[in-house]
Ligand binder design. Sequence first.
Ligand SMILES: C[S@@+](CC[C@H](N)C(=O)[O-])C[C@H]1O[C@@H](n2cnc3c(N)ncnc32)[C@H](O)[C@@H]1O
Length: 244
Amino acid sequence: MIDFTELDFTNKTVLEVGTGRGGTTIKLAKALKDFRGAKLITTDIYDGNFEELDRKIKDYNVDIRFIKTDGCELKNIEENSIDFLVCNYTLCAINSKSGSEVLALSRFREVLNFGGILYIEEEYPLNFVDNSMQQVWSRKWQLLRGANMLLGELSYNEINPSILEKILHILGFKDIQWQSSSHLITGDDSLEFFKYRFTNLLKRLNNSQIVEGLKQEMKDLEEYSKKAGGMEVPIYKIIAKKEI
Ligand SMILES: C[S@@+](CC[C@H](N)C(=O)[O-])C[C@H]1O[C@@H](n2cnc3c(N)ncnc32)[C@H](O)[C@@H]1O
């Protein structure tokens, strides 16, 4: 499986879809910084993190462009112009609008060069639970998405890697490989970010009985997480190539 730090990016153009808060962008900037002619383009449908991230990345001296665009459109990216396309933890966000991930993957193939590589990291769908720390991760999503649904909002929708593999195959990608792993988030504050997001969602719900019930669910999850020792996020990485 590909490790960014081992690739030769000389004169290569890398496109990131889904900048988010820049976790992967920073890793890419570090990987590209010593290669002549390497370019990084990072895109997201939301541009609220671009300025701060640009400041953080300045010291790496990488040629970087920020573009606000939907991953299904990739505005201002030419066909056959990208050598390495990275989309981490964003396909599920794109697929909040069900079916959109196929549109995005098809557009990814268009913008990739022949010989270009697609690299994706995603969390597993939330029914993938093998142990108590993964149960914490799954329950966290159940509660967040339950609240989203009560507010009438669309929520992230992860795809199983074996289904993604089949879609990539249908779209004409070759050399498709994937592997599973996980992130461990240990300690008593493993649910801090979840609690922040969930509490904000609850403030927008009108039914006080539902809100009380969901607050209790949050407390129960905290207790459960303490006993389990934290949270385990099951993920997979998948790569594929565009060939003639
Ligand atoms: C979990 S974050 C990405 C995390 C980031 N790639 C990382 O590795 O740290 C998901 C991102 O998807 C973006 N997003 C949601 N829908 C999108 C769409 N249709 N096209 C492009 N980006 C989208 C969100 O704005 C958000 O920044």
